[in-house]
Design a protein around this ligand. Structure first.
Ligand SMILES: Nc1nc2c(c(=O)[nH]1)N[C@H]1C(S)=C(S)[C@@H](COP(=O)(O)O)O[C@H]1N2
Ligand SMILES: [Mo]
Length: 486
């Protein structure tokens, strides 16, 4: 175990110097994410949330140390056996690194070094053991303590090291040109008057984050390129400067994750700045047979966006800023796709590097391969934000947000203890692509109460009451909460 930990620490240090994707724990962890069955990933998103990534790294480290213990036991009988275990671990690390697009040409080195250091450490420990006079294992203990101590502390300390390199995003002093098209002034939200309601615009630090990236891709606008390829008459590649020199639009858009359970937190709303995808497509001239745009991220993630949705007049964009600031690395710096009305996994590729016009038969996206629907428009959903927890009896308020992105929200209703559905008051209308705040004053009598909420989209269609889970194309059902009053 000591030898395994020591080798891992060495690989982690080297990996953090070469590229985060090449560090053994990150490479293997990222491969585990890609290979894990959809059910396991869903479980992780639902139960462990944002702690899923540290937990995964810790698990890989524990498994490596466990295999190290096996290597030690084996080596006690046959010295080669220990080497073989570490060689096998090294090969796993190498294969994982080679299959990471972001690992780079030197990506195999950290795993090679990790295996070599582990083998060396194990032999050093055993060598001492063999020379030590029988009945006095003191020297062995000292070596074990030394390598074990350094190894374990080192491995734990360096597990997250490769991910820690998060320089602030910068467009190298070139400010974004002013947008050519901006929405009307942003209205004041209900959060001024209704305590606990989701603010009309989600602050960037509170904006949910969902992705498969174990460490954030570190892209530099100077070297970044966006290729528009595939079934087009005129393929081309843009630099960052080319992109932002095109007309920029600013739009208020709500983004939701298909993994959001009814009432869940994976939904955020803000003002985005970017270039219309339709403008890029006009220049590329897609062939009539193209069905979808396969967008690719620097870390290999892909999404399939129906070409129809990009050309039907909605403001799908290559976003470069949110809430007036350059994208943060968490949210896709330097550029990401954003498609109003579609769940993130089919229209919001972060760390975007390529748009490929293609067909559904020719290319399948990351989550589609793993059992999620090919087409995924956002379903109408309502969330009750308050009351949260017990409230005193008397005048209070039931409030929350509802969204039916690209269809808008026309009505929200609340039901108390199975009584009549009451129309809630709606907050300001920020447009079809944006969520709507709502509230209902309530004179709460003491006792246990059950509150339900539902919305109608902009076309007058009510949210379905049918309760369904997130797989394969988004959860449905009303948000229902129990409240203790008095
Ligand atoms: N490169 C990349 N882009 C991605 C993903 C990903 O895993 N990798 N996840 C998608 C999913 S499932 C969602 S819901 C949105 C979330 O965007 P956010 O993290 O900025 O909120 O990003 C999308 N873009
Ligand atoms: Mo998502």
């Amino acid at each position: 175990m000591a030898a395994a930990a020591l080798g891992t620490a060495a690989g982690q240090v080297l990996g953090s110097l070469i590229s985060p994707a090449s560090a053994p724990l990150q490479a293997v962890g990222a491969a585990v994410i890609d290979l894990a069955p959809t059910g396991v990933k869903e479980w992780a998103i639902a139960t462990v949330g944002t702690a899923d990534k540290p937990l995964l790294l810790a698990t890989v480290l524990v498994v490596v140390c466990g295999l190290g213990a096996l290597a030690g036991l084996g080596a006690g009988r046959q010295p080669r056996a220990g080497d073989l275990v570490f060689i096998a671990l090294g090969v796993i690390g190498i294969v994982a690194a080679v299959t990471r697009p972001a690992a780079g040409p030197w990506g195999v080195l950290p795993s090679v070094v990790a295996a070599a250091v582990s083998i060396g450490a194990l032999r050093w420990q055993l060598g001492w053991d063999r020379r030590a006079p029988s009945g006095s294992p003191k020297g062995f203990d000292r070596r074990l303590l030394l390598t074990g101590g350094i190894g374990l502390v080192g491995a734990v300390a360096t597990a997250g090291l490769p991910a820690a390199r998060t320089a602030t995003p910068t467009s190298a002093g070139r400010p974004l040109p002013p947008p050519a098209s901006t929405p009307s002034a942003f209205p004041t939200g209900l959060e001024q008057t209704v305590a606990g309601i989701s603010p009309l615009r989600t602050p960037v630090p509170d904006f949910y984050r969902v992705d498969t990236a174990l460490f954030l891709p570190q892209l530099d606008p100077a070297g970044w390129r966006l290729a528009v390829t595939g079934m087009v008459a005129n393929p081309f590649t843009l630099t960052w400067d080319d992109l932002v020199a095109m007309p920029l639009i600013e739009r208020d858009v709500t983004l939701t994750c298909v993994s959001n359970e009814i009432g869940g937190p994976y939904c955020g709303s803000t003002r985005w700045t970017g270039v219309r995808v339709a403008d890029l497509l006009e220049r590329a001239q897609p062939s009539a047979a193209a069905e979808q745009v396969l967008s690719t991220s620097a870390d290999g993630f892909t999404a399939s966006t129906p070409l129809r949705a990009l050309l039907d007049g909605r403001d799908a964009m290559i976003a470069v800023a949110m809430d007036g600031q350059l994208l943060t690395r968490e949210h896709g710096f330097p550029a990401r796709l954003l498609t109003p009305g579609l769940y993130g996994y089919v229209g919001a590729t972060k760390w975007l590097t390529q748009l490929k016009l293609t067909t559904y038969a020719a290319d399948e996206a990351y989550w589609t391969v793993r059992g999620w629907a090919e087409q995924a428009p956002v379903k109408t959903a309502t969330r009750i934000d308050v009351p949260r927890g017990p409230v005193p009896a008397g005048a209070t308020v039931v409030a929350g947000v509802a969204w039916a992105t690209h269809r808008g929200i026309s009505k929200v209703q609340v039901q108390i203890d199975g009584g009549p559905w009451q129309d809630a008051r709606l907050g300001p209308d920020v447009g079809l692509d944006y969520w709507r705040q709502w509230y209902l004053p309530w004179d709460a009598p003491p006792g246990e109460h059950r509150l339900s909420a539902r919305a109608y989209d902009g076309t007058g269609v009510p949210q379905t009451a049918q309760v369904r889970g997130v797989l394969p194309d988004g959860a449905t059902g009303y948000h229902v909460i129990e409240v203790q009053v008095g």
